[in-house]
Ligand binder design. Structure first.
Ligand code: ATP
Ligand code: MG
Length: 588
């Protein structure tokens, strides 16, 4: 076998020079070696000769580093134990005799290990974010570059790593295999399957961190990403490429909104990526089961870094999920990505930073925690037609404590996203589910993406609800209300009730349009609040049976003509009379 060495320099050497290098290596290693030249314009002077895992670094920096390393070595060895006079003489001699030697630059030694953090000596040329491999086979990522040492976070157990064991560079930044094969699978943050269904055939490898698409490569959000939830699609529409935050206390239905949105993407070609960060393994198993039951796993990838995984894996999971999503986005496809949740992600990063001895800032988070999430969410985009027109819509989730949206992490992420769906415990416990707070939620860019039909049908709903809330507060303690006020209160109550929706029951756009048109035309005015949901169900079944043409006209064109609107109201009234007839019959 032929042995290969590489010569890195800014300019090509002459034939004679190359030959001298070759001879030098042959003499040193006693085997024939061929040297090939690699141009490296970043080098200002000197050259680097690389053979096997040894590097002969003849650049000014390399020589300087070796020289200072040598001095420190002598100091460490002699100052305490030996005679200082002798040490001085040795220092002097060593300086005179100093010559650059080949050192294994691509290999380092473990100095200390603990809490999933390893401090490594050597590896002077390693890069930030690079993956290194330990003797035990465990991988780690370089997260700290200091003088003479580096800090590595581990992706596995630290038990098998001993002091002075060797560490190898891989010259690869952290990345994840990607490809069609991942669809339908559950993987860990490094892309390894964890669903017991065998190996995944990947078609590419992407770094987990890539720069976000620039302004020129993007186009405005213009296509809807329907959640199938009336409370969201009607008032806080989300567009493809948008980033909409789902925020609320624990157990307020945050995850359910995200999974319902996944279920609603059935048959429309959207690839869904669900990234679970720091959750219990059992919750994820339950979630995957729900997706499977609803036939949603066939277009979904689940990336799971659970609470029992090391903090570094929880830290990289959302970036890995994003890399998987980007693979599809750059093929011109539409992707929906869910980060559940970024509060736990921030905590994982805080743990990691504190272990790396970075100074804590507000709420003990490191100073760059804002950048952590902004660089993640910036990668969601609607790409321009030249770039294939693909999109990635992000639904990050954040957990608040007692509804406090002004805490550090929530305010950060609110400022990065294009709006938020604010969920409230009080509403949730009162049975108003999804527990969307209509007053505090917003969607900043999605309006442009809403279908014309939806826009027309939902036009007045937000205002009506705002009026209702105000009136509700105002009339809370008064007993004698006039009829007009009573009517308006009943209407508002009915609307609020209509926004309730059971989980895993997404409504299509035309179903939502029919519901809203009928409701805002006060067709349901006299239905008791407790019966409203049953009425909605009956109404939609009636439309599916008797007005299929009307429904598909709305679905196909995405618009609602005045004529169709009147037809909906008319048909809804017809159904109302059937419903009331049925009710009186049942009552008898
Ligand atoms: P956590 O903070 O623990 O992550 P979460 O905010 O993600 O909670 P979910 O897990 O989505 O909340 O929901 C909490 C519970 O409420 C679940 O048992 C879920 O089944 C139920 N739930 C959520 N939304 C609805 C809904 N629309 N209809 C009925 N039940 C719901
Ligand atoms: Mg949850």
């Amino acid at each position: 076998m032929e042995n290969k060495a590489f010569l890195y320099a800014a300019e090509a050497p002459s034939e004679a020079q190359l030959k001298r290098f070759q001879e030098f290596l042959q003499n040193k290693y006693k085997t024939p070696v061929t040297v090939s030249f690699v141009e490296d314009s970043t080098m200002q002077a000197g050259f680097k000769l690389e053979y096997a895992d040894e590097v002969f670094n003849w650049t000014p920096e390399g020589r300087f580093r070796q020289f200072t390393d040598m001095l420190y070595d002598i100091r460490d060895k002699y100052t305490e134990t030996e005679d200082p006079k002798q040490a001085l003489a040795l220092l002097k001699r060593s300086i005179e005799d100093f010559d650059v030697t080949a050192v294994p630059e691509e290999e380092g030694k473990v100095r200390t290990v603990g809490d999933g953090i390893v401090v490594v000596d050597g590896l002077a040329t390693v890069e930030y974010g690079e993956i290194v491999v330990f003797e035990s086979g465990v991988k780690g990522m370089v997260q700290d570059l200091r003088k003479g040492e580096i800090g590595v976070v581990l992706f596995g157990e630290d038990e098998d790593i001993q002091e002075n064991s060797r560490v190898r560079r891989t010259k690869k930044t952290a990345g994840i295999p990607v490809g069609e094969g991942f669809i339908g699978r559950v993987v860990d943050a490094l892309g390894n399957p964890i669903d017991g269904k065998g190996e995944i055939v990947s078609s590419d490898y992407r770094p987990i961190e890539t720069p976000a698409p620039g302004i020129i490569d993007r186009q405005p959000v213009c296509e809807p990403m329907d959640t199938g939830l009336l409370a969201i699609d009607s008032m806080f529409p989300i567009g493809r490429g948008q980033r909409e935050l789902i925020i609320g206390d624990r157990q307020t239905g945050k995850t359910t909104i995200a999974t319902d949105t996944i279920l609603n993407q059935r048959d429309n070609g959207v690839i869904c990526v669900y990234v679970a960060i720091g959750q219990k393994a059992s919750s994820i198993a339950h979630l995957v089961e729900t997706l499977k039951k609803n036939d949603a796993m066939k277009y979904t990838i689940v990336v799971n870094a659970s609470a029992s995984d090391p903090a570094p894996l929880q830290y990289i999971a959302p970036y890995a999920g994003t890399a998987l999503g980007e693979y599809f986005m750059h093929q011109g496809r539409d992707v929906l990505i869910i980060y559940d949740d970024l509060s736990k992600h921030a905590i994982a990063y805080r743990t990691l930073s504190l272990l790396l001895e970075r100074s804590p800032g507000r709420e003990a988070y490191p100073g760059d925690v804002f950048y952590l999430h902004s660089r993640l969410l910036e990668r969601s985009a609607h790409l321009s037609a030249e770039k294939g027109g693909g999109s990635m819509t992000a639904l990050p989730i954040v957990e608040t404590q007692a509804g406090d949206v002004s805490a550090y992490i929530p305010t950060n992420i609110i400022s990065i996203t294009d709006g938020q769906i604010f969920l409230e415990s009080d509403l949730f416990f009162a049975g108003q589910r999804p527990a969307v707070n209509v007053g505090l939620s917003v969607s900043r860019v999605g309006g442009a993406a809403q279908t014309k039909a939806m826009k027309k049908a939902s036009g007045g709903v937000r205002l009506d609800l705002a009026q209702y809330r105000e009136m509700e507060v105002f009339t809370q303690f008064s007993s004698d209300l006039d009829d007009a006020t009573k009517q308006q209160l009943a209407y508002g109550q009915g609307l609020m009730r209509l926004l309730r929706q059971h989980q895993s029951h997404p409504l299509s756009m035309q179903e939502q349009v029919v519901t809203l048109v009928a409701a805002t035309a006060h067709v349901m005015q006299d239905i008791p609040v407790d019966e409203i949901l049953a009425f909605r169900e009956g109404l939609l079944a009636y439309f599916a049976e008797h007005e299929a043409a009307l429904c598909s006209a709305i679905a196909d064109t995405g618009s609602l003509t005045d004529e169709n609107k009147s037809r909906i109201i008319e048909a809804a009234r017809t159904y109302l009379s059937i419903y009331e007839e049925q009710r009186t019959k049942d009552g008898e």
